[in-house]
Design a protein. Structure first.
Length: 116
């Protein structure tokens, strides 16, 4: 039973990390086309994270603001503060310990934004 309890938090954390990474990658692709972070792209990223169940109070997003000319660098980083549940066995009791952790992802690309 303890094995099951200890396997659940890493699996849930891994799924959350993959979801955060997916939103970061999709947002960076949109930023490439728009030449940086726009309010609409920012809101769409927050909406997707909320759909995945992230607590919006614990999300930090920093990005290169639009517009960035063609060939310029656009950067995006996202981090999420969460509570990791850790279970241990002492005596005949199973105790749960909460650890505060941060998962983060970042990316850098080139702007394809061109204004005629």
């Amino acid at each position: 039973m303890l094995v099951v309890f200890n396997l659940m938090p890493p699996v849930f954390t891994l799924v959350d990390y993959f979801n955060l990474l997916q939103v970061q990658r999709e947002t960076l692709l949109q930023m490439e086309l728009a030449g940086g972070m726009t309010p609409a792209i920012h809101q769409e990223a927050l909406d997707k994270l909320a759909e995945y169940g992230f607590d919006m109070n614990n999300i930090q997003i920093s990005a290169t603001p639009a517009p960035v000319d063609y060939g310029g660098d656009v950067e995006l980083s996202m981090s999420y503060n969460y509570t990791y549940d850790k279970y241990s066995f002492s005596g005949f009791l199973i105790t749960k310990t909460d650890e505060l952790r941060t998962m983060s992802t970042s990316g850098k690309s080139v702007s394809f934004y061109f204004e005629k």
